[in-house]
Write a new protein. Structure first.
Length: 173
């Protein structure tokens, strides 16, 4: 099992400043700490807003509050990292996910996220936003060449095709 890794943004990336949910996706790049073996490598992926379309239970001591879903408001930014680019090596297909809950309007250079290995997660431990974000990426890819390249590399450019969310992962109706 691969451990979680910390990634640092390579640049400032604008995020949606309003809480209104829109179909947008931004191609992003990040790197590891300078002292790591793979410090010269860059990790590419997409940053996508997501809504909390599930009820959330918040505990404050012994008091539990259930927050209703807010499917039309941005709750945070999801990251799906799909490519590791190292000098002198072929690009490597990866499947890692991250999220940032706060939405200050920008994902700043050198800000960090913890990227978890998606394929090593149990289905029930995967982020609740995953299917929603994958659908948004697919819609944006229809008119955005950079996001289309992300999708092509993830699903058809890899030697082994492994979708992020498989139909058997979702509960049947």
């Amino acid at each position: 099992m691969l451990a979680n890794i910390t990634l640092y943004s390579d640049a400032d990336y604008e995020v949606q400043r309003t809480r209104e949910l829109k179909d947008v996706a931004t191609v992003v790049s990040a790197h590891r700490e300078w002292w790591r073996d793979d410090s010269k490598c860059h990790f590419q992926g997409v940053m996508v807003p997501y809504a909390r379309d599930w009820p959330e239970t918040v505990k404050n001591g012994e008091i539990e509050t259930v927050l209703p879903p807010e499917p039309d408001k941005v709750a945070g930014q999801a990251f799906i990292w799909n490519r590791k680019i190292c000098p002198g090596k072929p690009d490597e297909v990866i499947y890692r996910v991250s999220e940032k809950w706060r939405n200050p309007g920008v994902f700043l250079e050198k800000h960090q996220v913890t990227a978890e290995d998606l394929l090593s997660m149990k289905v029930e431990d995967r982020p609740k936003w995953l299917e929603q974000v994958q659908a948004r990426i697919d819609r944006v890819a229809q008119h955005d060449e950079k996001v289309r390249a992300f999708v092509d590399f993830t699903f058809t450019g890899a030697a082994q095709r492994t979708p992020l969310v498989q139909p058997s992962d979702t509960p049947s109706e």
